[in-house]
Design a protein around this ligand. Structure first.
Ligand code: MSP
Length: 654
């Protein structure tokens, strides 16, 4: 039994809106990660927290609009969040609410502790206050003297308030980030925080007079004030564990990781660690920051409308298909565009086709040939070896929150298994031949490992797969180390598989067709909520990809596989390398600007992808007949694109 623990939190969501795709995404990521860690470490070693943020002016306003009391309103919306997560199959260890008594007590204790230490002081603050946003704006932030979100002139308010000496901890924080390079990840957000910290950090106003805002937690040292937003909300991460005395706090806080989107980077990367430091508590271990879902060009958010409701999608396509799509489609840390047609395409290609067909094919053959019984038959261990290696690769990807990469590793295994069957064609073989048995056993065994690896990602489907494959108790905690043994540990045993049932029905493209046209979203997915960002949040950035083109335009580029025969440096050029390549029966000269990354001696024998119908261009006096394709990441690292398996030179890339 491992002593390692794992504690993961999502933001607690404001109850001024009902759950949308953005909230669902973060909570699905956290649920997937928690399930993964439970398989790795054991269920009791892992704690997953989510909840709702229920204080503040906006809640009072939203409640008043519907003629409800703030508490009744918060109860209702928080209930909708809890119900939605349940219907999406998300299983947090705790759903915390900031209006609960234990949370309020913890917030007051935290405030008192920092006040006693001398890091909260009383002072005066004057500024342009927008009541809609519930925040002060600096002169610079106003647009023509107006609030950028509400286009109204803010009131100039001068009032006395309490302040947290955040500036005092600036140097400590910078040093901590430098000493723990993956404290904030991915790196782009760490850099963003460090660049923000180059400017002097101002102290943080942490109160509002109760005369103006009553719906908040009173300051323990002055009940004429309530605590404001982040000094209430952030503390949920420790109040949920029973801080200061709870056993859960002792067990899980040292392993704390937060998961957020980039909109609330500043409060989590700057306010929260300095608050913890002032209270004498160690900081969390990692802040994991993901990008934004955008719908139809715009960011999907409360501030701009365009909202996708998760339950509509899950009802329409199934919980696991929805879950798979969001996990696979977004690269952690980057923004992604959401479209229903992309979801349908993935469902049909990856789930119905690759995984679903593989599963039913194998089960049907075992039923037909052996009446559902299959016994351990040695022979093909290469595939089982690959499955075993996939556990390590998936674990490494998950350590970095690279969900999409983890799924792509699993899908490589699915493809290898499909290829293995196509190569060995068990459907054409004699069932009595031991070789046929070995092929089907190997495929079933690999599928069992695929299903185990998929448990965190597609819980319902993986459970069905395991049952179908004759794993009798798939709901009892399975651990990777026992469910995915190395081939040498597979014991001679018999498996009894069930009748094959379709895992994912294919969505008919005729039905999906209308969704492929713009706008791709059905009315059920149209805007439902709208409210501006709060202090410490930002509105995100624009899209990152080039303009859209049609498939016909794309097809005009003739991409081909080419084999490099020889390569040479070009005298006088630091970057260019001259290649002689073969495309089927034709030879060409191509100049590539990749010498720094790929020196001449590394090229011969490589198969590359060539844009073959580019007009010839002259570089350093050499005519280049095509262009080599390579990928470049944000750090400037360049890798060559090559076919995933051997294929004839001259083959067309489609
Ligand atoms: N209540 C604060 C958080 C306090 S945490 C101590 C808050 N709430 S929120 O309801 O606005 O939720 C913000 C979070 O919702 C984001 O950080 C992200 O997790 C999720 N998302 C909301 N819109 C999103 C997208 N369009 N895309 C991806 N996730 C987004 O801020």
């Amino acid at each position: 039994m491992s002593n390692e623990t794992f504690y993961l939190t999502t933001p607690i969501y404001y109850v001024n809106a009902t759950p949308h795709l953005g909230h669902a995404y973060t909570t699905i990521l956290a649920d997937t990660m928690a399930r993964f860690q439970k398989l790795r470490l054991g269920p009791e070693q892992v704690y997953f927290l989510t909840g709702t943020d229920e204080h503040g002016d906006k809640i009072v306003q939203a409640a008043a609009q519907g003629g409800e009391s703030p508490q009744a309103y918060a109860d209702r919306i928080s209930g909708i969040f809890q119900e939605t997560w349940k219907r999406l199959g998300l299983a947090p260890n705790q759903f915390i609410r900031t209006t609960s008594e234990p949370h309020k007590r913890a917030v007051q204790r935290f405030l008192q502790q920092i006040y006693d230490a001398g890091d909260i002081y009383f002072g005066e603050y004057g500024g342009h206050y927008c009541f809609g946003c519930e925040r002060f704006y600096t002169e610079k932030e106003l647009q023509d003297g107006q609030c950028p979100d509400h286009q109204t002139v803010p009131a100039f308010i001068k009032e006395q308030n309490y302040f947290f000496r955040m500036g005092k901890y600036q140097e400590w924080l910078i040093d901590h980030i430098h000493r723990h390079p993956d404290f904030i990840r991915p790196e782009r957000f760490r850099n963003e925080v460090l660049s923000f910290l180059k400017e002097p950090l101002e102290d943080l106003c942490i109160s509002r007079p109760s005369a103006r805002l009553t719906w908040g937690i009173p300051l323990p040292f002055d009940d004429r004030y309530v605590t404001y937003v982040w000094f209430d909300a952030l503390i949920n991460y420790i109040s949920a564990l029973g801080w200061p005395d709870g056993d859960a706090f002792r067990l899980f806080w040292p392993a704390a990781q937060h998961l957020i989107a980039k909109d609330i980077l500043k409060p989590h990367a700057i306010y929260w660690p300095t608050m913890l430091k002032a209270a004498g508590l160690p900081p969390y271990r990692h802040l994991n920051v993901h990008g934004y879902w955008k719908v139809e060009e715009a960011k999907m958010s409360k501030s701009r409308g365009s909202v996708v409701r998760p339950l509509d999608l899950a009802d329409k396509y199934g919980v696991d298909a929805f879950r798979y799509f969001v996990l696979r489609e977004m690269t952690f840390g980057l923004d992604a565009g959401f479209s229903e047609d992309a979801l349908v395409a993935r469902l049909n290609a990856d789930l119905a086709n690759d995984l679903g067909n593989l599963y039913s094919r194998v089960l049907k053959l075992i039923q037909r040939y052996y009446d559902g019984r299959i016994t351990y038959t040695p022979g093909d261990e290469g595939l089982a070896d690959a499955a075993h290696a996939a556990v390590a690769d998936v674990t490494a990807a998950m350590e970095r929150f690279a969900f999409s990469e983890a799924l792509s590793t699993i899908w490589n295994l699915v493809s290898s298994t499909n290829k293995y069957l196509v190569t060995n064609e068990p459907w054409k073989r004699d069932p009595g031949d031991p070789r046929t048995k070995a092929v089907l056993f190997t495929a079933a065994e690999t599928l069992r490992m695929i299903a185990t690896l998929l448990l965190p990602f597609l819980p319902q489907t993986a459970d069905r797969m395991l049952r179908g494959l004759g794993v009798t108790e798939p709901t009892t905690p399975l651990r990777f180390e026992t469910a995915c043994p190395s081939p040498s540990r597979i014991e001679a045993q018999e498996w009894r598989v069930q009748e094959a049932q379709s895992l994912f029905p294919r969505i008919q493209t005729t039905a999906a067709k209308p969704l492929l046209r713009k706008p791709p979203l059905t009315p059920a997915l149209s805007p439902t909520i709208s409210s501006p960002p709060r202090e410490g949040e930002d509105a995100g950035e624009g899209g990152e990809y080039a303009e859209q083109i049609t498939i016909e335009e794309f097809r005009r580029v003739d991409l081909r596989v080419a084999e490099v025969i020889e390569a040479a440096a070009i005298p006088g050029s630091k970057k260019l390398v001259k290649l002689r390549v073969r495309l089927k029966d034709e030879e060409r000269t191509v100049v590539a600007g990749l010498k720094v990354h790929y020196p001449p001696e590394s090229w011969p024998g490589k198969r590359i992808i060539l844009a073959a119908n580019l007009k010839p261009a002259s570089l350093m006096g050499i005519t280049s007949q095509g262009m080599v394709l390579a990928a470049e990441d944000e750090a400037g690292r360049i890798v060559l694109l090559t076919p995933e398996a051997p294929i004839d030179s001259g083959s067309k890339v489609r």
